[in-house]
Ligand binder design. Sequence first.
Ligand SMILES: Cc1cc2nc3c(=O)[nH]c(=O)nc-3n(C[C@H](O)[C@H](O)[C@H](O)COP(=O)(O)OP(=O)(O)OC[C@H]3O[C@@H](n4cnc5c(N)ncnc54)[C@H](O)[C@@H]3O)c2cc1C
Length: 277
Amino acid sequence: MSQKAYDIVIVGAGAAGCVVASYLAVHTDASIALIEAGDTDRDPFIHIPAGFAKILAHDRHVWKYETVPQHGTKRAYRSGKVLGGGSSINAMCYVRGQVRDYAAWQDAVGDTGKWSYEDLLPVFMAQEDNDTFHDEYHGIDGGLAVQLPKGINELNQYCLKAFQEYGLPYNPDYNGKSQVGVSPVQSTVGNQRRCSAVDAYLRSHLASGRITLLTGKTVARILVENKRAVGVELMDNGLETIMAGEVALSAGTVIARRSLCTRASGRPSSCASTVSR
Ligand SMILES: Cc1cc2nc3c(=O)[nH]c(=O)nc-3n(C[C@H](O)[C@H](O)[C@H](O)COP(=O)(O)OP(=O)(O)OC[C@H]3O[C@@H](n4cnc5c(N)ncnc54)[C@H](O)[C@@H]3O)c2cc1C
C-alpha cells in the first residue's frame, strides 16, 4: 500500500472541482491534490464544439447510469468521466438560474451563507469573458468565454420567428434583466473552442505545478478518524492511500447505493457520503 500526503485532497476534477482547486491555489499556500477517475482532456473532440455528439456517442468519457424506472421505464443518464467532468462533454449552453431559484437557496441557508441572486451576480460577472455583452449583468475580464452564435441559419431564423408568433417576446439576453423570451443560445465557447472549467480555471495551475493532478484514479473510500476526513483510498491497480489535512468532495451529484466512508482503522463509520460507482 503506497501512501502520500497533501494538505487538501479534492475528489473529482469536474466543473466544481476545477473551481475549488483554482480558488484554493490562489488563496492558500496549501499543497493540493486533485483526483479524477477519468482521463485527461487531451481528446480533440472535447475541444471542438461540434465534437459534443461524437463524445457522447463513444462513451469513453462518460459515466453510464440508469435511472430507477420512470413511469415503468429506466432512462439512460450520463455524466462526464474526464478532466473537466460535465464541462468537458456538455452542450455548452450558458444559462444562469432564475432569480427565484437563488432566493430558495438563500431561504434554505438563512444567515449562514450568501446565495441570493444579488449575492451571486457579481460572481457570475467576474467569471465571464463575454464577447457580446458588457453591462450590469455581464463581465469581460473572467476566464470563462461566453459567446453568441456567429451566424443564425435559416431554420433557426424560422424558429425564432415562430416562437414570437406564438407570443413569446424576443429577448436578446436571457441572462440579463429577464429570462423570459426567445433568443439564440449563449454558449461557453471562445475562439471556436469549448471553454471547459479546466480552460477557465485550472489549466494555468497545472502548468505551473501549483496543483497535483491525478487522473485515472477512482476514490473508493474517504477515510474518517474522530469524525474528521483524514484521507482517501484509491481503488485502481492495487490499494493506494492518500492522506489529507482536509478532503473536498466534488465528485458530482449522483450517489451510488452504498456508503464508502470508513474510519482510518478500516471499520465502517456511520458517514453517509459516497463517491463510488
Ligand atoms: C450530456 C450533458 C449535457 C449537458 N449540457 C449542459 C449545458 O449545455 N449547459 C450547462 O450549464 N450544463 C450542462 N450539463 C450539466 C453540467 O455539465 C453539470 O451540471 C456540471 O458538470 C456538474 O458539475 P459537478 O462538478 O457537480 O460534476 P461533474 O462535472 O460531473 O464532475 C464530477 C467529476 O468527479 C469525477 N468522479 C466521480 N466519482 C469519482 C471518484 N470516485 N473518484 C474520482 N473522481 C470521481 C467524475 O469523473 C467527474 O469528472 C450537461 C451535462 C451532460 C452530462
